[in-house]
Design a protein around this ligand. Structure first.
Ligand SMILES: [Mn+2]
Length: 320
């Protein structure tokens, strides 16, 4: 019997796994990728007595390989907050799926573990740009403001690391980052002792300084659309830059488009922070689109679909 951990390569996926593996330290096979690579379960090559844990990737996007594993009798633990569609009913599927806008996978694992390693759930929630969720989980820990700010920075840095078109765009492969984090029950010790944090912090600052010089290409009453240049730094910064725009302009919806290698665009959509709805339904209208109510994306939007995308963006976010 072996353990196979399948997780999104962003902060939320990493911090969800961190809590589970601190609680149950086992040698597991890790399957992950860049944040947008959520088609992960098909990579699982398992024996019937293996235990598969899936974190922070949409069940709907992984339905076929999931059903295959379940039919073969494997035990599957599934924690997620993305669009799931119908959740299959199998005695060997242990699902912890909650689509509400005010939760994330790290928070769901925190509930499951009764707060055993909640400090890592705080990091994961910050990484998903859910500051209110992070602060609610952090409340019983009674951390000083500067400590909380550091956890936020770690979450944002881990999240930043997940963005890129391929693993080569990233500073650290998420499986490597997970193994480096593994020894630390205390994220402050991780930040102090492992050079990964300093590397990500410097890269983040550098990429953000470039992004902040950009102007929106389209501005409407309800939203703003930005195009990022075709460069490694812009692929890395697209997600955290979207989150920063959303936080700095809470009444406005945002779409951030970057070029990808197939000649199309990778799109990040953020609903207005004051009304986190519609991002998932907007993106799911397009092939390869998906996500959550407040934050969603399209992996590959073809150039000729741009006018339709703008039209649907305006319809979704007409402003007040
Ligand atoms: Mn998440």
């Amino acid at each position: 019997m072996s353990f196979i951990d399948v997780f999104n390569g962003d902060a939320d996926g990493l911090c969800a796994l961190q809590q589970l593996r601190l609680s149950q330290p086992v040698d597991s096979r890790l399957i992950t990728g860049v944040k947008r690579d959520i088609d992960l379960l098909k990579q699982v090559d398992a024996e019937p007595d293996d235990i598969v844990t899936v974190l922070d990737v949409s069940l709907d996007k992984n339905r076929e390989p999931l059903l295959n594993l379940l039919d073969r009798g494997l035990q599957v633990n599934y924690f997620d907050h993305h669009f799931a569609g119908e959740i299959p009913s199998y005695p060997n599927l242990h699902s912890h799926i909650d689509l509400s806008a005010d939760t994330c996978t790290s928070a769901l694992v925190n509930n499951f573990l009764n707060g055993q390693f909640s400090i890592w759930a705080v990091v994961g929630a910050y990484g998903d740009n859910l500051a209110a969720v992070a602060e609610r989980i952090a409340m019983p820990l009674a951390l000083a403001d500067d400590k909380l700010a550091l956890l936020r920075e770690l979450g944002e840095c881990l999240n930043y690391n997940g963005y890129g078109e391929t693993l080569d765009d990233l500073y650290f492969h998420p499986d490597n980052l997970s193994i480096r984090m593994r020894a630390y029950a205390d994220p402050f010790e991780f930040m102090q002792n492992d050079p990964a944090f300093a590397t990500l912090r410097a890269g983040y600052a550098d990429d953000m300084a470039k992004a902040e010089l950009l102007q929106p290409t389209r501005q409407t009453a309800g939203g703003a659309v930005f195009f990022l240049p075709d460069a490694v730094w812009s692929r890395r910064v697209s997600g955290v830059y979207s989150n920063a725009l959303a936080s700095n302009h809470p009444n406005r919806a945002h779409a951030i488009l970057s070029h990808n290698s197939t000649g199309g665009y990778t799109v990040s959509v953020r609903a207005p922070m004051v009304n986190k709805t519609g991002a998932d339904t907007l993106c799911r209208q397009f092939p390869s689109g998906g996500g959550r109510k407040g934050a969603a994306g399209i992996n590959n939007l073809q150039e000729d679909m741009l006018p339709l995308f703008f039209e649907q963006f305006d319809l979704a976010y007409p402003g007040v």
